[in-house]
Design a protein around this ligand. Structure first.
Ligand code: AMP
Ligand code: ZN
Length: 468
């Protein structure tokens, strides 16, 4: 399996640090609003990478954070007159609903920045002790960029060029910095903002430090893959490398993967241009499986343009797979005979599409070619399975189709519904946890139900639930 490593700018053979295991970290969204379809791209792409790794037999430890302390969250909380925690909690829940709709698997762990402040203070202290960071008189702590000689290695930027660029950008209020390139690790609180005590001042962490700390805590000092959108290469990922490698004295991540940007009507999609679409808006018009299909129809590193036409053609294409799967299932259920010799030979031919699919995925996750292999299989099944075919033959082709689509996270046969009684059992367990004041467990159950597409509402008449 080969993947393109942003660090070396080459496709490299994937060799995990530990045999059979993959440690993967994906930078997650800042939760102050419903996620937009740009945020959905890395979610769908790296979920597909994870699924393919699992298909290949790797045990994947997949960590993706929620940034739940940030200027934008605080601004929203002030506007609404509620706490920042309430805002972030609301949008984490909403994000999980969208993820369930897009069939993005929940991460092994979804850490939240506000729950990891102790670890951040510890890492900042280590960096200070090692001479890589310094506190100034107002309690701000900065990372001393020039001390890390490899700074710029991911984004392939030259330190001298960077320095002149930063000098021009010097922000007022940052005069105490030793160097314009230095970035914030910890900053003092402002009136009305959430804050934590620290050895330097009451305040909150900078954004970059959270990923270094959460990646280390949940995956260890060295990981296999670190991923996110290409806008994160600089400065976010460059800064994460500086922090982690200076603190731990080890290479932070072996492979760096970045998805290209999603544009809209051929323009960059951004909040300031007002041309962004939320996943929720799309879900009013389409099954989110269509959005997933659309994202997979291009290579993940290419820019992708969102348009009504492409969504329509994705919808039609996906329907072709679903219809084919339905036909195979009907034939399988209608007939109980074993395969004929002739069908066995044909099945071997059908199996060649698996090789095609894997070759595409092995080549830096070429999902567009992988989908082409799926369509060849669909065409094959549509022409070879008829009223005379045995149920075993139809069933075997269906198994292949479902398996390949599952790698892509595409559901081609209707999922079995989660039974009401299972949901109610979990709700009861949550009530018991709350009674016992085990709020962490209660929250965990609530999160699990959300992952299953079940939303809870605590009302005066008790807990109500609905499928989302
Ligand atoms: P943010 O909440 O802005 O930190 O973004 C969360 C993730 O979404 C990051 O990996 C970003 O790189 C990614 N992202 C944001 N906008 C886009 C876009 N238009 N296209 C692709 N990825 C994006
Ligand atoms: Zn990050």
């Amino acid at each position: 399996m080969k993947l393109f490593n942003t660090m070396t700018r080459r496709k490299e053979e994937f060799v995990p640090l530990e045999e059979g295991k993959v440690k993967m970290y994906v930078c997650g969204p800042t939760v102050y609003n419903l996620i937009h379809i740009g945020n959905a791209r890395p979610m769908i792409i790296f979920d597909t990478v994870r699924r393919y790794m699992e298909y290949k037999g790797y045990e994947v430890n997949f960590v993706s954070n929620f940034t739940d302390v940030d200027d934008k969250i605080i601004k929203k909380a002030i506007e609404e007159g509620v706490s920042a925690e309430e805002v972030s909690r609301r949008y984490i829940d909403e994000c999980k609903k969208d993820m369930a709709g897009m069939n993005v698997k929940p991460a092994t762990v979804h850490p939240q920045a506000t729950q990891e402040i102790g670890g951040m203070i510890e890492m900042i202290q280590t960096l200070i002790d090692k001479g890589y960071a310094y506190a100034v008189s107002d309690g701000t702590v900065y990372f001393r960029v020039k001390k890390f000689k490899e700074y710029g290695k991911l984004s392939h930027k030259n330190l001298d060029d960077l320095q002149s660029g930063f000098r021009a950008l010097q922000v007022s209020g940052e005069e105490q910095k030793e160097d314009p390139m230095d970035f914030v690790l910890w900053k003092p609180k402002k009136e009305g903002e959430p804050y934590w005590e620290s050895p330097w001042c009451d305040g909150r962490p900078g954004w970059h430090i959270e990923c270094s700390v959460m990646s280390k805590k949940y995956l260890g000092e060295e990981i296999d893959i670190h991923a996110g959108g290409e806008d994160l290469i600089f400065p976010h990922h460059e800064n994460e490398i500086a922090q982690s490698e200076c603190c731990n004295g080890k290479i932070f991540a072996k492979y760096w993967m970045h998805n290209g940007f999603l544009n809209i009507d051929n323009r960059k999609m951004s909040k300031s241009l007002g041309n962004f679409r939320t996943v929720r808006e799309i879900s009013a018009q389409y099954d989110l499986q269509v959005l997933r299909f659309f994202m997979l129809s291009a290579h993940y590193r290419s820019p992708l343009n969102f348009s009504a036409e492409l969504m329509e053609s994705s919808k039609n294409a996906l329907e072709r797979i679903v219809e084919s799967a339905g036909r195979l299932r009907d034939r399988k259920e209608a007939d109980s005979r074993d395969m004929t010799e002739e069908e066995k030979t044909l099945l071997a031919e059908g199996g060649s599409f698996i090789t095609k699919f894997e070759d595409a995925m092995d080549d830096d996750f070429n999902t567009a070619d992988a989908l082409a292999a799926v369509f060849e299989l669909v065409k094959f099944a549509n022409t070879r399975v008829n009223e005379e075919s045995t149920g075993a033959f139809a069933g075997s082709l269906l198994d292949i189709l479902v398996k390949l689509c599952d790698v892509l996270g595409l559901i081609v046969l209707k999922k079995e519904e989660v039974l009401d009684k299972d949901i109610e059992a979990l709700i009861e367990e949550r009530q018991a946890a709350r009674k016992a004041k085990d709020f962490a467990r209660a929250d965990e159950i609530r999160g699990r139900l959300l992952d299953m597409g079940i939303e809870l509402k605590d009302t005066r008449e008790g807990v109500k639930w609905k499928r989302v």
